[in-house]
Write a protein that binds this ligand. Structure first.
Ligand SMILES: Cc1cc2nc3c(=O)[nH]c(=O)nc-3n(C[C@H](O)[C@H](O)[C@H](O)COP(=O)(O)OP(=O)(O)OC[C@H]3O[C@@H](n4cnc5c(N)ncnc54)[C@H](O)[C@@H]3O)c2cc1C
Length: 428
């Protein structure tokens, strides 16, 4: 495995960094002001998007783009360092049309959409003209087990009728969000993994109501995490994404790349937290010493650097696996990064807050946002425990197949010779 950055990637890293420095980071304060006033699509976003597209820094994430589709066709491993740079600010990825949940949704429609669905939804998404959301989680059932979803998608003549309630649906309150990919059940009698289907629902469909934007840790996110009620919501049968009963398998396909993108962005955010921590330690003095001269603070800095490096290598390995053996073959690595990276980011951000003192908890630094996002990520896209369970299952299955031939490492005592040693034979 080779994780070194090619010349092409280094050039793109430089260009994305320059773009961030020149246009994105200087607007962060204004972004926060506008977003806190409840303006979800801030006034300057479209201008920045147009500029990024003009500079060719657009749709950097999708390796399998077809002829004529806008984007760079980078592999997953090439995209990783760029996602890290964009990920530093929670809103920056959208400038380059690389933000969640759109990237996962675009991949999904790209893989499974009909030509008509691609024309209607994929094209405007790839062009950054609209946004989308993905609606799977429900308040009434444990949704970390996707077989539990209870939303019903019932065939009625040439239509499907949807009834159910979803929540924590990221992006649904954005005025630019025009379509939801909704997961529900089309056949309650099928095999447990064949009951689910996905359907494309325009946000203005009668019977689909976004009832609230739910705050996360009492933090009302500008991107929104919404509760949506579907009551006799009717869409034409042609809106079904993939076939009936394929929803579960498609959800698995979507979550692989989606999860690694989140982890790449998290590494960028952890880097930012560490940078802030070190800079603060250089300027703040307590008990006659700068903070960076205190051993405890040095340990916090060093541990953070070690953990970020470990995490990045694991993400690059997962990216390499996705590129070389596919998301299915990289299942274990994807589960591992989904556990390791949010916990790493949480730990690093927490240390940075500690070094900052009270200011680290205030809105005057990005740290509370970074902390909240990493805490949420331990649950969003599947909680840690579910991924740990998947990793353990893989290990156990391999051992059961005999792949772990560890017997040769045991050295049982030689009982026969043990018995032959008796006290009366020993020369004391
Ligand atoms: C900020 C944010 C954004 C989100 N965005 C979206 C979105 O856009 N679309 C969407 O559909 N969903 C979204 N979600 C929802 C998220 O994916 C779910 O919350 C997650 O899958 C867990 O489902 P649940 O909340 O129903 O928890 P449950 O399934 O009820 O699980 C609760 C807890 O049980 C424990 N647990 C579960 N299974 C096991 C196990 N096998 N072994 C041991 N312990 C276990 C875990 O600790 C888990 O946290 C988002 C969530 C957050 C916080």
């Amino acid at each position: 495995m080779d994780f070194s950055y090619s010349d092409k990637v280094n050039e793109l890293r430089r260009r994305v960094s320059d773009f961030m420095d020149d246009y994105v980071i200087p607007r962060h304060r204004r972004f926060v002001e506008e977003a806190h006033q409840g303006t979800y699509t801030v006034s300057f976003l479209n201008d920045l998007k147009a500029l990024a597209r003009e500079e060719g820094l657009w749709n950097l994430f999708l390796p399998h783009l077809k002829e004529g589709e806008p984007g760079t066709r980078l592999s997953t491993i090439e995209y990783a360092p760029l996602a890290e740079i964009m990920g530093q600010l929670p809103w920056a990825s959208e400038v380059f049309n690389c933000s969640a949940p759109d990237t996962g949704n675009m991949e999904l429609i790209h893989m499974f959409g009909t030509p008509e669905q691609k024309k209607r939804w994929l094209e405007p998404l790839l062009n950054g003209d609209i946004r989308s959301c993905f609606a799977m989680t429900e308040p009434d059932v444990a949704s970390s087990d996707a077989t539990n979803v209870t939303t019903v998608i019932k065939r009625d003549g040439d239509d499907y009728v949807i009834n159910g309630r979803k929540w924590f649906i990221t992006g649904a309150a954005s005025p630019n969000c025009k379509v939801a990919i909704v997961m529900g059940k089309t056949d309650l009698n099928a095999d447990i993994h064949r009951q689910q289907s996905m359907i494309l629902v325009p946000m203005d469909t009668p019977g689909m109501n976004v009832v609230r934007n739910i705050s996360v840790m009492n933090h009302l996110s500008y991107e929104s995490h919404c509760e949506i009620v579907f009551k006799d919501c009717r869409v034409p049968a042609s809106a079904l994404l993939g076939g009936e009963g394929e929803g579960f398998a498609m959800a698995q396909a979507r979550l692989g790349p989606g999860r690694i993108h989140h982890c790449m962005r998290s590494i960028g955010q952890a880097e930012l937290a560490l940078k802030l921590m070190v800079e603060r330690s250089l300027e703040r003095k307590t008990f006659g010493k700068y903070l960076h001269e205190q051993g405890v603070v040095q340990e916090m800095i060093a541990k953070s650097r070690c953990e970020i490096e470990q995490a990045r290598l694991l993400v690059l390995k997962a990216a390499w696996m996705i590129d070389n053996v596919g998301a299915k073959g990289a299942r274990d690595e994807i589960a591992m990064i989904k556990v390791v990276i949010p916990q790493m980011q949480l730990a690093v951000t927490d240390r940075a807050m500690q070094v900052f003192g009270a200011m680290g908890l205030s809105p005057d630094t990005p740290l509370p946002d970074l902390w909240t996002m990493s805490r949420a990520l331990r649950i969003a896209d599947g909680p840690d425990e579910v991924h740990l369970r998947a990793i353990a299952k893989g290990q156990i299955k391999a051992a059961q197949k005999g792949a772990h031939d560890s017997g040769k490492f045991f050295t049982p005592p030689d009982r026969a010779s043990e018995r032959s040693i008796r006290a009366d034979q020993i020369d004391f």
